[in-house]
Design a protein around this ligand. Structure first.
Ligand code: C5P
Length: 309
């Protein structure tokens, strides 16, 4: 019998609010964050195979390890263990088609891990519920549960404890991709260093932002976007200051470093404005490339079309 592959489409995220607390004993930082899932997506296909492994296609594929270090492969092993299968011989091949920027602060690796869990749940007929998958997802990484859930959500703990947030509007974004990725632990480390040296202003309470989301007014939301990691990302890569300025000069309501960077996300008034901002920003020479996206979009979902190669 020819094995039937399963493809899952999974979104990128942007943090509308990212408040970073003290470093914990386990090396993680306590977070209060608001995630929004965006229409930049990866497609992840799993299929039973006697040539197990990972393959990566699409933009930036060369920078993604196609071996046991890949978070999607760690998802395979963890779920195999959970399901009582041999994690050394899971008998599956995972193929990723990247549309989410690699090492860009948009949780692309986490998204692939989330998609892999959901796809294998189908392939292996495990019938695990969303809660159980989410618990396993949280063990793989802080952003993995959100990639399963999608929409807009408040995250606490390491970012893995989620509550859905009411978002009354579709928001339009321009995403500016930088030339090279940044490693998340390095950016958290830089924030710790900056905090030991001086006291960069923290982003403050999340409540006003939640109210703005409920009202659905992008102008109000733009005033409240905030990311404690932005100062650290800009300190490590000073050119980002120019990118952020250029987006606002091009007509965006506000710009923010996405997660740990270096991708910058610009909130725009509407879809037309986003197209204009994107065109102007790509001509300004401050980033490698730009994308237009909207959110919120749903989390990881099994898709009908097959997209592996
Ligand atoms: O959980 P995840 O593997 O995505 O995190 C990557 C790295 O980001 C961690 O090893 C840690 O250095 C940093 N991190 C953190 N606090 C968090 C989330 C991530 O310090 N809440």
């Amino acid at each position: 019998m020819v094995p039937t592959p399963i493809t899952v489409r999974v979104p990128a995220k942007v943090n509308l609010h990212l408040s970073v607390g003290e470093s914990r004993e386990d090396g993680y930082h306590e977070l209060v964050t608001v995630f929004q899932a965006l229409s930049l997506t990866d497609d992840v296909t799993v299929v039973g195979s006697d040539e197990p492994g990972v393959e990566v296609h699409g933009e930036g594929a060369g920078e993604v390890p196609a071996d046991g270090r890949n978070l999607a492969w760690r998802a395979v092993r963890l779920l195999a263990e959970h399901a009582g299968r041999d994690p050394e011989a899971p008998g599956v091949r995972v193929s990723m088609n990247k549309g989410i920027p690699v090492a860009g602060g948009m949780a692309g690796g986490s998204a692939d891990a989330a998609a892999t869990l959901l796809a294998l749940n189908g392939l292996w007929h495990l019938e695990l519920g969303r809660d159980e998958l989410s618990e396993i997802a949280g063990r793989l990484g802080s952003d993995v549960p959100f990639a399963l859930q999608g929409g807009t959500a408040l995250g606490t703990g390491r970012g893995e404890r989620l509550v859905p947030v009411l978002a009354r509007h579709t928001y339009h974004w321009v995403i500016a991709l930088d030339r090279d990725g940044m490693e998340t632990p390095g950016v958290y480390g830089e924030l710790d260093r900056l905090r030991a040296e001086s006291k960069p202003n923290p982003v403050g309470d999340v409540e006003p932002l939640l109210e703005a989301l409920a009202s659905g007014d992008p102008r109000q939301l733009a005033l409240l976007l905030g990311n404690d990691l932005q100062a650290a990302a800009v300190s490590l890569r000073p050119g980002l200051r120019r990118t952020l300025r250029a987006g606002v000069q091009a007509g965006a309501l506000a710009g923010i470093v996405s997660g740990s960077g270096p991708t910058c996300a610009f909130l725009c008034t509407d879809a037309d404005a986003a197209v204009k901002v994107a065109a102007e920003l790509s001509g300004a020479g401050v980033c490698r490339t730009v994308r237009v996206a909207h959110g919120p979009v749903p989390g990881a979902k099994v898709s009908e079309e097959r997209s592996d190669r």
